[in-house]
Design a protein around this ligand. Structure first.
Ligand code: GDP
Length: 462
């Protein structure tokens, strides 16, 4: 358990940069109220501390005699605040100047600029939320679809924390039994210990495994289903992209520092964030596509979660089609027979040799026909398990997945040790390992370095 003594006060702009109606400066720490009272003057003439906490107070921010902006100030006394510390939020006019000048003024009063994610980190360190909840905060902010948002909100509410706590309680019970049997090494106690341990450890193992298995689909909500659209020139890839993007376009991000070709588009397919990779390549003219060549698109195959391959069903399968079909073997592939509005020439029996029949869909990208079937198919592929129900806890974070995997392996070790009637000390070690690995998830057993790593991915002001 990390026990840091936090005694400094931090501040940052909490709203997104740019022009907007309101900008918010957030201050957290023991000096929040004192600093705010130095620079804020309410219209009523009363001090912030004379109002009940959580009141929005109207007034001016002043630097000496100079008015900076007209604002609303709220004081949230710890522990009833986001960070569980004393927090002041100053709502000023949006744009660049007001927020910047107020922040600078605050920072001139022995307050330091907050690091990325530091407010949320404090909420964790002060014990208001556990680590999986803190991590859910960034997932809520980054969610690309309603479903991804819902999953993150669930985690923020503590659904995963509760599940992990239940698991750990079970481990604690098991450990207690093992310890009794070690302390009182009579034969009959030992016998009972082994039989009950066996049953309970098996149950625990099953529960952990079940949770672990949600991670395969869960990761998709957080990171997007990495999708590559392939096919030789002129089969209709751009047309398909346009019809998929149609109403479903979510977000386009330019990845800084990479070539201008790499653009990610997020498309919302029935709540699944589809991350279509390398769309710039698809959009280029045919000769550029040829220049980039099949070779290059093959490179993105390895990391893709889903490959959508397009062929032109109004002509025969060509060598080039076959070459690509060979390469998609064994990958999650949906094969689209495009241009169904034209007379059909393709040999359907032949394509079935390459791709599972249920993953072959006829469409006309030009006329927007069959696109719904593509969406249904993607949905079916993602929701392989029973994770669709929102009441279920879903593992979306690869760090949690890794910790669960280790916990699961330790549970298997414990099972084997019990089955083989190994000395109970061995079993005890495995059980302790399970306990520790589960603790990574809620932050009970994490290092400071790991925490820094996690919170660095947050935005400033969160
Ligand atoms: P890409 O090179 O694979 O990206 O293919 P495009 O999307 O640029 O399409 C090549 C040509 O095929 C264009 O003239 C499209 O209008 C046409 N096309 C695409 N989809 C269809 C379709 O479903 N039916 C018909 N008849 N033509 C299509």
């Amino acid at each position: 358990m990390i026990n840091l003594f936090i005694d400094d006060t931090i501040a940052a702009i909490a709203t997104a940069p740019g022009e907007g109606g309101i900008g918010i400066i957030r201050i957290s720490g023991p000096k929040s109220l004192e600093v705010a009272e130095e620079i804020f003057f309410s219209m009523s003439g009363k001090k912030i501390s004379e109002y009940p906490a959580r009141t929005l107070i109207f007034g001016n921010i002043k630097d000496g005699d100079k008015k900076i902006d007209e604002v609303l100030v709220a004081y949230m006394k710890g522990p009833n605040s986001y960070t569980a510390e004393d927090v002041i939020e100053i709502n000023c006019h949006g744009g660049f100047i007001s927020v910047k000048r107020i922040l600078e003024l605050v920072l001139s009063k022995d307050v330091r600029l907050a690091e990325a994610g530091e407010f949320t980190k404090r909420a964790f360190l002060n014990g208001r939320i556990d680590l999986s909840q803190a991590e859910a905060v960034i997932d809520v902010i980054n969610a690309k679809t309603d479903k991804a948002h819902e999953v993150a909100e669930n985690q923020l509410d503590g659904s995963l924390s509760n599940r992990i706590r239940e698991f750990r309680e079970k481990v604690t019970e098991l450990l207690a039994q093992v310890e009794v049997a070690i302390d009182y090494p009579e034969e009959d106690i030992e016998f009972i210990a082994y039989t009950t341990l066996e049953e309970k450890t098996r149950e625990l193992n099953k529960d952990i495994k079940k949770l672990y298995e949600t991670s395969e689909s869960g990761k998709i909500f957080r990171e997007g289903l990495k999708t590559v659209i392939v096919g030789k020139p002129n089969v209709g890839k751009s047309s398909l992209l346009n019809s998929i993007l149609g109403e479903n376009r979510a977000i386009v991000t330019d990845i800084p520092g990479t070539t201008r070709d790499v653009i990610e588009e997020f498309v919302n397919i029935k709540g699944i964030p589809l991350k279509i990779v390398d769309t710039a390549g698809i959009r280029e003219t045919d000769d550029v596509v040829e220049k980039i060549g099949v070779e290059k698109s093959m490179a993105s195959f390895d990391t893709a979660d889903l490959i959508i391959m397009v062929v032109d069903s109004s002509s025969e399968l060509s060598e080039e089609d076959r070459e690509i079909l060979e390469k998609v073997q064994g990958k999650e592939t949906i094969l689209l027979l495009n241009k169904t509005d034209l007379p059909q020439v393709i040999d359907e029996e032949e394509v079935k040799k390459y791709v599972n029949e249920e993953n072959i869909i006829k469409i006309s990208a030009l006329h927007n026909e069959g696109i719904e079937d593509v969406h249904d198919r993607i949905e079916a592929m993602v929701y392989k398990g029973d994770i669709k129900s929102s009441s279920n806890v879903i593992i979306t974070n690869s760090r949690h997945k890794d910790a669960l995997y280790r916990a699961m392996k330790s549970a298997e070790d414990a099972m084997r040790a019990i089955e083989d009637r190994m000395p109970l000390d061995f079993v005890e070690v495995d059980l302790k390992n399970i306990w520790d690995y589960l603790g990574y998830i809620n932050g009970d057993t994490v290092s400071e370095d790991l925490l820094d790593n996690i919170f660095h991915n947050f935005c400033i002001g969160k």
